[in-house]
Design a protein around this ligand. Structure first.
Ligand code: DOR
Ligand code: ZN
Length: 335
């Protein structure tokens, strides 16, 4: 039977939430990943050093594995150099959200004028703290990411030593922008490698595929696939797995988020195998991230086998992507 071994998989964009939800989802990621960049969009968002330390502690308690590192982030606001110096050993990145762009982003940035951000971003650049960006304007929903490219360019030019991650990219425009500036990098989700807007809303509405940024056109998905399958050295896997309770997804006012944590590696195997690119999956799910972020993850070997796996209908109160469907790859064991 065909097998594939992945060393130290990393999820460079993950939502773990807090309290009961954290207890459900944290073990699902720590089982098969060595580490993850943990998003700070709790309610209220993580903006203090105490908040980071306490959240990390709660994550570690909820994980059922010691061989997992949560790479912590702060929710962007103005931070002084002094504060960032004190925080630097406890965080990996700062995540910036445009206000109102997605789930729990109300405290985000209202406009991206450089000058008010200069002190914080210069200090981050000097201290080697990465900037993760949710790159969407508040324009027409299909154009939001493409319209944001000028902001990425402005950030890249003004802070040339700052590592800037274009999170969960969904468009051809983002793929093109990536190579224009040395200090731009990107994460790509597994769902954006698979679906387009048609899958979300082309037939009956499928709330469990609704996320921000919304899935785009076939040519956008193809552009993402091309760089992911080639394990382009500036891209990394980041699931953006975002658990919402079933009743909040299957309701009027469905929250944005696709829950993929427990099926991400299996789906990636399927996609990379179908495209004859399995040999590049290791770089996409770990090696590129290790190099870009300069992290040395805990040892973990995940052995996948080409055997059918039926996705559970629910994990706790969360419906995963592909619930009840059969995937072609399973996780055989984790060493
Ligand atoms: O779909 C999304 N869900 N996109 C985000 O940026 C946030 C996330 C969440 O926190 O649910
Ligand atoms: Zn996210």
């Amino acid at each position: 039977m065909k097998t594939l071994s992945l060393m130290m998989p990393l999820d460079m964009h993950l939502h773990l939430r807090d309290e009961e939800m954290l207890k459900i989802v944290a073990p699902l990621t720590s089982y098969s990943f060595s580490g993850a960049i943990v998003m700070p969009n709790l309610v209220p968002p993580v903006t203090t050093l105490e908040g980071v330390k306490e959240y990390r502690h709660r994550i570690k308690e909820a994980m059922e594995a010691d061989d997992f590192e949560p790479y912590m982030t702060l929710f962007y606001q103005h931070y002084s150099r002094e504060f960032l110096e004190s925080a630097r050993d406890h965080i990996t990145a700062v995540k910036i959200y445009p206000s109102g762009a997605t789930t729990n982003s109300e405290g985000g940035v209202v406009n991206f004028d450089i000058e008010p951000m200069r002190e914080t971003l210069e200090a981050m650049s000097d201290l080697g703290i990465v900037l993760c960006v949710h790159g969407e304007t508040m324009g027409f929903v299909m154009d939001r990411e493409a319209e944001f490219m000028s902001v990425y360019e402005m950030l890249a030019v003004n802070f040339p030593k700052l590592k800037i991650i274009m999170e969960h990219i969904t468009t051809r425009e983002a793929v093109e922008t990536l190579d224009k500036y040395e200090n731009l990098y990107a994460t790509i989700t597994v769902h954006h490698l698979m679906i387009t807007l048609d899958d979300v809303a082309g037939g009956m509405l499928r709330p469990h595929l609704f996320c921000k940024p919304i899935a785009k056109r076939p040519h956008d998905r193809d552009a993402l696939l091309k760089i992911a399958l080639a394990a382009h050295p500036k891209v990394m896997f980041g699931s953006d797995s975002a658990p919402h309770p079933k009743h909040k997804k299957e309701s009027c006012g469905c929250g944005a988020g696709v829950f993929t944590a427990p099926i991400a590696l299996q789906l990636l195997c399927e996609i990379f195998e179908e495209n004859n690119a399995l040999e590049n999956l290791q770089a996409f799910v770990s090696d590129n991230a290790q190099r870009i972020y300069g992290v040395c993850p805990e040892y973990k070997e995940v052995v996948l086998v080409k055997r059918d796996f039926t996705v559970p209908q629910m994990y706790g109160e969360v419906v995963p992507m592909r619930a009840g469907e059969i995937l072609r790859w399973s996780i055989e064991r984790v060493d």
